[in-house]
Design a protein around this ligand. Structure first.
Ligand SMILES: Cc1cc2nc3c(=O)[nH]c(=O)nc-3n(C[C@H](O)[C@H](O)[C@H](O)COP(=O)(O)OP(=O)(O)OC[C@H]3O[C@@H](n4cnc5c(N)ncnc54)[C@H](O)[C@@H]3O)c2cc1C
Length: 416
């Protein structure tokens, strides 16, 4: 049995948990996380397209939270009565005692019972997903070169993204840029039509941003030939086809599923009070409803916001960061209700195109792209990380995109 450093145990080293431990500073904390880094998800689409080196969109937790202790593993049990948690590590199960525990388990991809979805579609949530997707897309180009028929070639050059929120729109925009740049090295494919399809059940794309910006994004994507299917759902996925609710059957080897997330199911196992969506119900102070010394925040919690009465926070980094600030103040001083008014929203639509809602202005095109990048640079923790990202972006202005496909990285050859 070990004790959490400074008495605070943080379960989950993502955006919310990572910031809680960082902001606790010298008071110390023990972070339990399966990875030794925090993923800065807003830059994940750029890692997938190769604009950024994948390592540069993650921040090592030991560097981000130098006064915290990291226990690499997965929390499996939480016992609020004895104030202890069990963690499965590579070396067996460790039990940790705490004075306060912060549950920040985030969300997982929300799949629906759509035939073939789990078997044939790709997710886009983790760094591994981004690297896999990039390799998969580059492989499709090789498969298209080798294809023996027009139909096969067209199938390999067809890419279907389901879910037109931030993750889906940004991933599609970035990857279509990657393909366009890569085709310079595929003379036989240069004149071949590509087919990029964006599917969403809602009547418009990017429903979370102001209408004029959403419409601009839709015009931008349509102008680039993206086939946008709103008010449409995915009916089934086959190894080489996607069937949509509008009756269309699209031949493709690539279906990317970004249609939402759901709270980590571990919340339920922990026996904490949950809402109907599996999120931990917290009080305005971010303490778990009715349970002293247990706190929760981020995508896995239902957080009431004093600035938006009657509405709970949406699952975004900005909100997770502001919640972390309030939670740490409440842990260490006078308890006050959490309150945050969102200042704006940003998104990139591929190279030199973006949208940004900032106080007093709606920016689109190059200004939108510039503000989006500047905002992410500001938000990314640690100066060395910021500089690496700036170096990648600067290199990208002068040199062509790298199209090496490194899928063998996860599968080293065995010694014979
Ligand atoms: C592709 C993509 C793009 C996005 N883009 C944006 C954007 O542009 N702007 C924006 O504001 N938001 C964006 N988001 C949303 C944003 O990433 C989330 O709101 C934010 O990460 C929430 O933080 P969190 O700590 O709650 O969850 P996460 O950051 O997901 O962290 C949860 C952590 O819990 C860990 N964990 C899981 N199981 C266990 C376990 N058993 N024990 C211990 N730890 C565990 C996970 O490894 C993870 O590190 C994006 C999300 C995605 C997927």
């Amino acid at each position: 049995m070990a004790e959490a450093l400074g008495g605070t145990l943080v379960i989950g080293g993502g955006f919310a948990g990572g910031y809680v431990a960082r902001l606790l500073g010298k008071r110390g904390a023990t972070i339990v996380s399966p990875e030794n880094f925090m993923l800065y998800t807003p830059l994940l689409p750029e890692a997938a397209s190769g604009t950024l080196e994948p390592r540069h969109v993650v921040v090592p937790l030991r560097m981000m939270c130098p006064h915290a202790e990291l226990l690499l593993g997965r929390a499996t049990e939480l016992d609020v009565a004895s104030r202890s948690a069990e963690v499965a590590t590579d070396d067996g199960v460790v039990t940790l005692e705490y004075e306060n525990v912060v549950v920040a388990l985030g969300a997982i991809s929300r799949t629906l019972p759509i035939p073939g979805l789990a078997d044939h579609a790709l997710g886009f949530k983790s760094l591994a997903d981004a690297i896999f997707l990039r390799n998969h897309v580059l492989r499709r180009l090789e498969a298209a070169v080798a294809a023996q028929s027009e139909a096969h070639r067209r199938r390999e050059l067809t890419f279907v993204f389901v879910g037109a929120g931030y993750a889906g729109v940004e991933a599609l925009a970035e990857l279509s840029d990657l393909v366009r740049d890569a085709l310079r090295y595929y003379p036989s494919l240069r004149r071949e039509p590509q087919h990029w399809v964006l599917v969403d059940a809602a009547p418009k794309i990017l429903p979370e941003i102001p209408r004029s910006l959403g419409e601009y994004a839709a015009r931008q994507l349509s102008g680039r030939g993206v086939d946008i299917r709103v008010s449409t759902t995915l009916d089934s996925v086959e190894p080489h086809a996607a069937v949509l609710s509008d009756g269309d059957r699209i031949d493709t080897s690539t279906v990317v599923w970004t249609a939402g997330v759901r709270a980590n199911p571990l919340n339920e196992r922990f026996g904490l009070p949950l809402d109907e969506r599996g999120r931990i119900a917290v009080e305005p102070t971010l303490q778990v409803e009715g349970i002293a010394n247990v706190w929760a925040l981020g995508d896995g919690a239902r957080v009431p916001n004093g600035a938006t009465p009657g509405q709970y926070d949406p699952p975004t980094c900005q909100h997770a960061l502001r919640q972390a600030r309030r939670l740490v103040k409440n842990l260490t001083g006078e308890q006050k209700p959490y309150r945050y008014r969102m200042l704006g929203q940003v998104a990139t639509l591929g190279r030199y195109k973006g949208i940004a809602q900032v106080p007093g202005a709606l920016l689109r095109g190059f200004p939108g792209w510039f503000v989006t990048r500047t905002y992410h640079l500001y938000q990314l923790p640690l100066l060395p990380r910021k500089l690496r990202v700036v170096a990648d972006w600067t290199t990208g202005l002068f040199f062509r995109r790298d199209i090496a496909e490194l899928s063998m990285l996860g599968h080293p050859e065995r010694l014979r």
